[in-house]
Design a protein around this ligand. Structure first.
Ligand code: 5RP
Length: 231
C-alpha cells in the first residue's frame, strides 16, 4: 500500500474515532501519525464545535500538539481514571492481540491503557494481520546493562537490534530509556513471550498489548470498519 493511500485510510479511522469523544470525558491520547490526525480532528471540534474534554497524553509530542490546538492536557496522576483512550497500533490480529511501540512510546501508552475504562485503536487495513510479529516488537529497557540484555536476547534467538534515532544515536524514549527491537517475523506464542520479557531484569515494558483493546476502527476504502472485542 502506498503512503498516500495508507495516510488517507488512517485519517478515515481517526475521524471516525473522534466521534467517540464526548463532552466532559477524560480521554487518553495515544501517539503516532494516526493519533496526530485524531488530535487534529479533536482540536478542530474543540475550536469549531465547542467540544470540551480533558486529555491525558502518552507522549511529549502528543501533549505538545494537543495543547497547541487548545485541548486541555493533564497528568495521569491528576485523574482518577480515563474514560476512553484512543491510540494507534502497528499490528492487530483477530484475537485483538497487537503490537505497539513503532514510535517508541509503548511504556507511557501501556500505563495510560491499563488506567482506561475503554480502549479504541485506530489503524489502516494493512495493520490487521493473521499473526503478529512481522512488525518489529519494541522492548523498552533501562540503559544500564542494555548491551548485556542485547546479548541475552540474541542468545535466545530473538533477533534484537538497538533502535537508532534520527540523529544516528541510540533512540531515547520520553523516559530516557532505550528501545530494543525484536525482529521475529511471526509471534506464535505471544503470552509466553510477554511473560518472559516482563520477567527479564532491565526490561521496563514491551510492545505486546494482548487482548487489551475493546474496539478497533479500521480505515479502509469506503466506510471504516468497527471491530468489537467480544471478551
Ligand atoms: C507508538 C505507537 C503507535 O501508535 C504505532 O506505532 C502506530 O503508529 P502510526 O499511527 O504512525 O502508524 O505505538 O509507540
Amino acid at each position: 500500500m502506498n503512503k498516500e493511500l495508507q495516510d488517507s485510510l488512517k485519517r478515515k479511522a481517526a475521524v471516525k474515532a473522534a466521534d467517540y469523544v464526548e463532552n466532559g470525558m477524560i480521554v487518553g491520547l495515544g501517539s503516532g501519525s494516526t493519533v496526530t490526525m485524531l488530535v487534529d480532528e479533536l482540536g478542530r471540534r474543540v475550536q469549531k464545535d465547542g467540544l470540551q474534554f480533558t486529555g491525558v497524553a502518552t507522549s511529549i509530542s502528543t501533549a505538545q500538539q494537543a495543547k497547541s490546538l487548545g485541548i486541555k492536557i493533564v497528568d495521569l496522576d491528576m485523574v482518577d481514571a480515563i474514560d476512553l483512550t484512543i491510540d494507534g497500533a502497528d499490528e492487530v490480529d483477530s484475537h485483538f492481540n497487537g503490537i505497539k511501540g513503532g514510535g517508541g512510546n509503548l511504556l507511557w501508552e501501556k500505563i495510560v491503557a491499563i488506567n482506561s475504562k475503554k480502549i479504541i485503536w485506530v489503524v489502516d487495513q494493512s495493520k490487521v494481520v493473521d499473526t503478529i510479529g512481522a512488525f518489529h516488537l519494541a522492548v523498552d529497557v533501562i540503559p544500564l546493562g542494555s548491551q548485556h540484555l542485547l546479548k541475552k536476547f540474541d542468545d535466545a534467538g530473538l533477533k534484537p537490534v538497538i533502535r537508532i534515532g534520527k540523529d544516528d544515536h541510540p533512540f531515547k524514549t520520553d523516559s530516557n530509556n532505550l528501545i530494543i527491537d525484536l525482529h521475529l517475523q511471526k509471534i506464535e506464542e505471544a503470552k509466553k513471550l510477554a511473560d518472559y520479557l516482563i520477567k527479564t531484569v532491565g526490561v521496563v515494558e514491551h510492545g505486546l498489548f494482548l487482548n487489551m483493546v475493546d474496539t478497533v476502527i479500521v480505515g479502509k476504502e469506503g466506510t471504516p470498519q468497527v471491530l468489537t472485542n467480544p471478551n
